[in-house]
Ligand binder design. Structure first.
Ligand SMILES: Cc1cc2nc3c(=O)[nH]c(=O)nc-3n(C[C@H](O)[C@H](O)[C@H](O)COP(=O)(O)OP(=O)(O)OC[C@H]3O[C@@H](n4cnc5c(N)ncnc54)[C@H](O)[C@@H]3O)c2cc1C
Length: 421
């Protein structure tokens, strides 16, 4: 009798939503999977974000007006966007590359790639939620973009037209009084809103927990408080990981380290232009007269997420390195930004205040695929403002690339090889 070949193994470094999704699809492909994290499972950027799964977010950040808006914000201390002056060459190069892409042509091109992975992810989420019955406050209420001024509403109408005509993403326009009838949690007198019914939402911490628990029950090993210190390389491959708990070996290694990924360019022999883009959220008890729909206020750049037992306000984009403080003025600003729109008071004691470092790339696309020079090393990072929305298709694509199966979406736009000079 012959003994069966042991199943191939994979280690995923990083247990955020992207690492969890990679573990899911690698396990489904038949691999033995271990996930390590220097902190706790989904304790970083995936923990208290706004929870939108939003195929309507097709336009990338690299849009024509982005640089003008960024420059204006430098002189406004209350701007949700902030760049801390710095001579850090990696940040300066990131900014330069970002600025070069802020034109109509690049916006459409990046938008098309984003759309393929956004739509694929939504299809995966629907399958997952149905098959795995993950308890995570999954809601099919769409996403509402609410405007205070008619001018802002009209300006957004141009983008909405582009979304419909170029990307086939349609919204329902709700004007004036009809908006208050649609969601009585919104004040009367607002200009109106666009409702994108194809978007969904979850409570992110519940999704992370439910999904990781399901994987644990299926045999995936999660090892927390275990930091990757180094990778040992041999003959164009990774031989083992050196971690705070000793060496770890597998056949395949997936690096899903979110905003920390940029630190690993040298050791993985691959450019990884990821910068931390810091955002904040505050969650308060859900007011009885609070809004019913998940919504964004683009004029104030703040998102509102109603959960069963809480109301979350989230926003801001700061390029300030790995600053881990939560300034009270930023939390106050979140509340001040919501006040002109909401009937309910949002000044109650916080259930949670939080920050997260988004893994930002200068071309607005995630980095998914094999590193150019190490045969068994894969990246799954750079998901910008959409990591929750893009996680399932990312995990599926990683598993397909690892096992050599045909990818379900074109993989080239996301490949780390796009940064090879
Ligand atoms: C305010 C805010 C609102 C947002 N809202 C949304 C939203 O509504 N919808 C959406 O799609 N996205 C949203 N996002 C973006 C989303 O949260 C991120 O894109 C996503 O969480 C990134 O997931 P990740 O797994 O790549 O990173 P993380 O969740 O940060 O996970 C990376 C993990 O890697 C670990 N790690 C790093 N280095 C090491 C090491 N050396 N050794 C071991 N472990 C390591 C870290 O501890 C961490 O747990 C929001 C972000 C913010 C800040």
């Amino acid at each position: 009798m012959t003994t069966p070949e042991p199943r191939p193994s994979a280690i995923v470094v990083g247990a955020g939503i992207v690492g969890i999704a990679c573990a899911h699809y690698l396990k489904q492909a038949g691999l033995r999977v271990t996930v390590i994290d220097k902190g706790t499972v989904a304790g970083a950027c995936s923990h208290a974000n706004c929870g939108y799964i939003c195929p309507s977010h097709v336009p990338p950040l690299t849009e024509p007006g982005a640089i003008r808006d960024a420059l204006k914000s430098l002189f406004n201390p209350r701007s949700p966007f902030r760049v801390k002056p710095s001579l850090n060459p990696a940040l300066l190069s990131w900014m330069w590359q970002f600025a070069r892409r802020c034109n109509h042509g690049q916006m459409l091109a990046a938008g098309e790639h984003l759309q393929s992975i956004l739509d694929a992810s939504m299809a995966e989420y629907r399958r997952l939620i149905a098959q795995e019955s993950l308890t995570c406050e999954w809601r099919e209420d769409g996403l509402l973009y609410v405007f205070r001024s008619p001018a802002a509403m009209d300006a957004f109408a141009d983008l909405d037209r582009l979304l419909t005509e170029h990307f086939g993403v349609s919204a329902r326009r709700i004007a004036g009084q009809a908006l208050h009838d649609f969601d009585a949690g919104l004040k009367q007198g607002l200009a109106g809103a666009f409702h994108y019914p194809g978007d969904t939402s979850v409570r992110p911490d519940l999704l992370n927990r439910a999904w990781a628990d399901r994987l644990r029950a299926g045999g995936v090993r999660f090892i927390e408080q275990t930091e990757l210190h180094d990778v040992a390389r041999l003959d164009g491959r990774i031989d083992r990981l050196e971690t705070s708990q000793g060496p770890l070996l597998a056949d395949t290694y997936v690096f899903a380290m979110g905003a920390w990924s940029g630190h690993w360019s040298k050791r993985l022999d691959c450019r990884i232009p990821v910068q931390p883009g810091k955002g904040y959220s505050v969650t308060v008890a859900r007011p009885a007269d609070g809004p019913r729909f998940p919504m964004l206020f683009p004029e104030h750049k703040v998102g509102i997420s109603p959960f069963e037992h809480g109301l979350r306000l989230g926003s801001m984009m700061e390029f300030a390195g790995y600053d881990a403080t939560i300034p009270p003025r930023r939390i106050q600003q979140l509340r001040d930004s919501a006040r002109p729109y909401l009937v309910a008071a949002v000044d109650g004691p916080p259930l949670e205040t939080w920050y997260g470092w988004r893994p930002m790339t200068w071309d607005s696309l995630p980095i998914i695929g094999r590193t150019p020079r190490l045969k068994n090393a894969y990246l799954a990072t750079g998901h910008n403002m959409l990591g929750l929305s893009l996680a399932p298709a990312t995990g599926r694509l990683v598993a397909e690339l690892v096992t050599g199966s045909p990818p379900h979406i074109p993989s080239e736009p996301f490949s780390p090889t796009r940064f090879v000079r």
